[in-house]
Design a protein around this ligand. Structure first.
Ligand code: CAA
Length: 259
């Protein structure tokens, strides 16, 4: 499939890289872009050769939010009837393989929310995060009021959302929004390295690990721990568990088969 608003490529035969590609609009997220992103994510999730997916932008912007020009004339009936920001934006939640956001430049509004929908965020040292929707007379609409407090705590989330201030990459790392900050020129190298590390691990364990961590956001502690325990138990039925443990005991490299 050819895309207009994203670019895709495969690294080392196993890491899929999706680059948001509306540079003139700082990668503002319109419906067509989100449809393309959703299609690419679904395709890579179904491709057995792909073990990890990276979403990135360009040096100036990961994405500066939902496309304000496209939505400025919408009224309530338009957005409610079409369930705006739902069906095209939430496909990423259905993706079972790890999705890493490699963020440089602005990640604002829907851009910050898209990064937060990924499994973790690696930020370049020039990254800036923010939820400035309040300046436009709206509030975050792609999960920002829910995911940001879970990520950085209530006080900082309120600060960001109510004052619309931007957060530096360093502050984002300190408060746990991003997993690590790297020099801008190393962003893709380090993110691909992280993705390749994940690809080298047994696929079933990777899927289970992601699923279990995700469950922690949706359940209470007892239910979450039980969910984890059952997934943990189920991995003892896999070839790769036998292989991984045998390789450790016999001091050799494991040969995983993803089964
Ligand atoms: N939508 C549409 N176009 C956008 C955009 C957006 N979110 N952000 C930037 N652009 C466009 C600008 O209109 C401009 O286009 P023109 O050259 O045709 O004028 C171009 O991108 C470059 O932007 P600037 O000239 O403004 O660049 P700058 O470096 O001076 O400023 C910025 C950068 C601070 C990111 C500024 O562009 C900005 O504040 N953008 C809007 C950020 C925002 O409010 N995001 C939230 C959107 S609402 C949302 O996301 C809802 C939700 O929760 C899903």
């Amino acid at each position: 499939m050819t895309f207009e608003f994203i670019k895709t490529r495969i690294e080392n035969d196993k890491v899929a890289i999706i680059t948001l590609d509306r540079p003139k609009q700082l990668n503002a997220l319109n419906t067509d872009l989100m449809i393309e992103l959703g299609q690419a994510l679904k395709d890579y999730d179904a491709d057995i050769h792909i073990g990890c997916i990276i979403i990135t932008g360009n040096e100036k912007a990961f994405a500066a939010g939902a496309d304000i020009a496209a939505m400025k004339n919408y009224d309530f009936a338009d957005v409610y009837a079409t369930d705006f920001i739902t069906k095209d934006w939430e496909i990423i939640r259905q993706i079972r393989k790890p999705v890493i956001a490699a963020v440089s430049g602005f990640a604002l509004g829907g851009g910050c929310e898209l990064a937060m929908m990924c499994d973790f965020i690696i930020a370049a040292d020039n990254a800036k995060f923010g939820q400035p929707e309040i300046k436009l007379g709206i509030i975050p609409g792609a999960g920002g009021t829910q995911r940001l407090p879970r990520s950085v705590g209530k006080s900082k989330a309120m600060d960001m959302i109510l004052t619309a201030r931007m957060m530096s990459a360093q502050e984002a790392e300190q408060c746990g929004l991003v997993s690590r900050v790297v020099p801008l020129d190393k962003l893709m190298i380090e993110t691909i390295e992280a993705a390749l590390t994940i690809c080298a691990y047994p696929r079933l364990a990777v899927l289970a690990a992601k699923e279990s961590v995700q469950r922690s956001f949706e359940s209470n502690l007892s239910d979450g721990v039980m969910y984890e325990r059952r997934l943990f138990h189920s991995l003892f039925s896999t070839y790769d568990q036998k292989e991984g443990m045998d390789a450790f005991i016999n001091k050799r490299s494991p040969l995983f088969k993803n089964k």
